[in-house]
Design a protein around this ligand. Structure first.
Ligand code: FES
Length: 104
C-alpha cells in the first residue's frame, strides 16, 4: 500500500454525501459516504472520461453519468471495475485518509 494522504475532514462528507478531492495521488478522486461507509475511486470514467462524481448510486454501484457503465464501490476485478482505481480508506481523528493499493 502506498503512503496515506489526508483527503478531507469526515465532517465534509456526511452520510449520503459525495466529494471530489485532489490530494496529491495523481488524479481526481471521488469519495462517497454510503450509510457511514466511505468509498474512494478515480473520478474519471475509463471509457470517455466522464466524472463519476456525477453518477447515480444504486446498491453499491455508481453508474457513469454519460453511458451508465457500472462501477462497484468495492474494489473487485469484475469488468469494468478492473479498469478503474479504487483507494484504501481509513478514518483517523475525524479525517479521511486515502492510499493507493500496492497492486496499482
Ligand atoms: S464515459 Fe463513462 S461510460 Fe462512457
Amino acid at each position: 500500500m502506498g503512503r496515506w494522504v489526508r483527503a478531507c475532514s469526515l465532517g465534509e462528507l456526511p452520510p449520503g454525501g459525495r466529494k471530489t478531492v485532489d490530494c496529491g495521488l495523481g488524479e481526481l478522486i471521488v469519495l462517497f459516504n454510503v450509510d457511514g461507509t466511505v468509498f474512494a475511486l478515480s473520478d474519471t470514467c475509463p471509457h470517455q472520461g466522464a466524472p463519476l462524481s456525477e453518477g447515480q448510486i444504486c446498491e453499491g454501484t455508481v453508474y457513469c453519468p454519460m453511458h451508465a457503465w457500472p462501477f462497484s464501490l468495492e474494489c473487485t476485478d469484475k469488468p469494468p471495475n478492473d479498469l478503474i482505481r479504487h483507494y484504501c480508506v481509513r478514518i483517523r481523528a475525524g479525517a479521511i485518509y486515502l492510499a493507493a493499493p500496492e497492486t496499482d
